[in-house]
Design a protein around this ligand. Structure first.
Ligand code: AMP
Length: 273
C-alpha cells in the first residue's frame, strides 16, 4: 500500500481515504460515495478494514466484533473503491510497539470517559493509517461525532496534510443509526434500540418551542430509555458542537449525544437539535 501511495503522491493524485473496522453496511457505502465524489474520476479512493485492538477496552467486544472480509470486498467493489486495504495485526503493531497519539481536550468526555483509552487507540491507528495511505482527504461519519472532532483536532495539531470531511449518519427506516453492532441485537432488542433516535427527536421537538434546561432533557431521555425493558442509559450529553463543552441551556444548534446498552450491546447516536 505504502509504495502505491507514494506513487500517487508523486503523481499529484487526489487520494480520498475511508478508514473502517469492516462488516460494512450502507452507512459505510455512503462515505465511499462521498469519497468518490471528492476524488473525482482521476483520483483514488482507499478503504481500510482493520479491527483495531487498541481502541477496545479489556471487557469490550473486540473478540466477537463481526468480521466478513469477502462481503466487505464485494461492497467496496460495488462502490467503485480503488484499493481495499486490510492490514494484519503484525503489520500495524509489531511486538515492541510503544508509541501512541493522544488528543487531550475533546477526547475527555462522553465516549472518552465511558471507554478509557478508546480515543488514544483511535487516534493512534488513524495517524498510522494516514502515514501509510498518504491521503489528501479522509471521510468520517457523523454517527461518531466525537471521534470526528478528535480526529479533526489531531489532524490539525499534528499537521497532517489531510482534509477531514464528515458525512451524515445513515439510518434504517425506523431511525436506528446503521452500525456493525446492530447485528448483535435480538428482534425484541432491535425494536427497543429505536429509543436512541426517538430520544433525539423528542429533544428536537422540545427545544424547537423554547430553550430547555439540559437537566430536564436528560431526565426525559432517561425516562424514555427506562421504558424499554432491556435498555440502560450509559450517558446523555448536550454540548456545543464546536468545543464539545456541555451546556446548561439547550437551544436549536446544540448537539445531543447518547450511549445506551440494549442487552449487552452498546449503541451510540447523536444529532443536532
Ligand atoms: P466503523 O467501521 O464503525 O468504525 O466506522 C467506520 C466509519 O464509518 C466511521 O467514520 C463511522 O463514523 C462511519 N459510520 C459508521 N456507521 C455509520 C452510519 N450509520 N452512517 C454514516 N457513517 C457511519
Amino acid at each position: 500500500m505504502q509504495r502505491l501511495a507514494r506513487q500517487w503522491q508523486q503523481a499529484g493524485k487526489a487520494v480520498v481515504f475511508v478508514p473502517t473496522m469492516g462488516f460494512l453496511h450502507r452507512g459505510h457505502a455512503s462515505l465511499m460515495e462521498r469519497a468518490r465524489e471528492l476524488a473525482g474520476r482521476k483520483g483514488r479512493v482507499v478503504v481500510s478494514v482493520y479491527v483495531n485492538p487498541t481502541q477496545f477496552g479489556p471487557k469490550e467486544d473486540f473478540a466477537r466484533y463481526p468480521r466478513d472480509v469477502k462481503g466487505d470486498q464485494r461492497l467496496c467493489r460495488a462502490a467503485g473503491v480503488d484499493v481495499f486495504f486490510a492490514p494484519g495485526d503484525a503489520e500495524m503493531y509489531p511486538a515492541d510497539f510503544s508509541t501512541a497519539v493522544q488528543e487531550e481536550k475533546l477526547a475527555g468526555g462522553m465516549e472518552g470517559a465511558a471507554r478509557p483509552g478508546h480515543f488514544r487507540g483511535v487516534a493512534t491507528i488513524v495517524a498510522k493509517l494516514f502515514n501509510v495511505v498518504l491521503p489528501t482527504a479522509a471521510v468520517f461519519g457523523a454517527k461518531d461525532f466525537q471521534q470526528a472532532a478528535v480526529l479533526g483536532r489531531m489532524t490539525r495539531d499534528l499537521n497532517f496534510p489531510v482534509k477531514i470531511v464528515v458525512a451524515p449518519t445513515c439510518r434504517e427506516a425506523d431511525g436506528l443509526a446503521m452500525s456493525s453492532r446492530n447485528q448483535y441485537l435480538s428482534l425484541a432488542q432491535r425494536e427497543q434500540a429505536t429509543v436512541l433516535w426517538r430520544a433525539i427527536q423528542r429533544a428536537q421537538e422540545m427545544v424547537a418551542r423554547r430553550p430547555a434546561a439540559a437537566a430536564l432533557l436528560q431526565r426525559e431521555t432517561a425516562r424514555m430509555v427506562a421504558a424499554q425493558p432491556e435498555a440502560r442509559l450509559d450517558y446523555v450529553e448536550f454540548f456545543d458542537p464546536a468545543t464539545l463543552e456541555p451546556v446548561r441551556t439547550v437551544k436549536p444548534g446544540t448537539q445531543m449525544a447518547l450511549a445506551v446498552f440494549v442487552g449487552r450491546t452498546r449503541l451510540i447516536d447523536n444529532g443536532r437539535l
